[in-house]
Design a protein around this ligand. Structure first.
Ligand code: ZN
Length: 131
């Protein structure tokens, strides 16, 4: 009988040991999953921050280039053509001796020595001709 008891005692101890081991595994798995979640959240936040910064940087660049481009949005005071690589160094069919309008396509008026010289004269577009 004492042998049986001793065997049973051993079995119980073995069972207890197994139970502790399982609980230990569960704890480890739970801790790891928590750690993983924490890291995931952290990197998600970092990623969001980085993405937001990058989007802002692009928006800033687009604004910058839009205003840079606006600087080159000029028209001929006489004919109203937009300045481009095709028009900038060419003759102006409107800037001839027949031209006597005081309504220019530009904000600024071209200097006297340019008038009737058959050349474009570019400046900022004016809205005056629409008034
Ligand atoms: Zn012109």
């Amino acid at each position: 009988m004492p042998r049986e008891l001793a065997e049973r005692q051993l079995l119980i101890e073995h069972y207890e040991e197994q139970r502790r081991l399982l609980k230990f595994k569960d704890d480890i798995i739970w801790k790891m999953s928590q750690e993983l979640k924490r890291k995931y959240d952290y990197y998600q936040d970092e990623f969001d921050k980085e993405t937001k910064n990058e989007m802002e940087e692009w928006a800033r660049l687009v604004d910058k280039y839009a205003s840079e481009l606006k600087k080159f949005d000029m028209v001929c005071a006489f004919c109203g053509q937009h300045m481009s690589d095709l028009t900038v160094n060419t003759d102006c069919v409107e800037n001839n001796s027949m031209f006597d309008s005081y309504t220019y396509f530009t904000d600024d008026e071209p200097p006297q020595h340019i008038i009737h010289k058959a050349r474009h004269w570019f400046g900022r577009p004016s809205l005056r001709q629409f008034n």
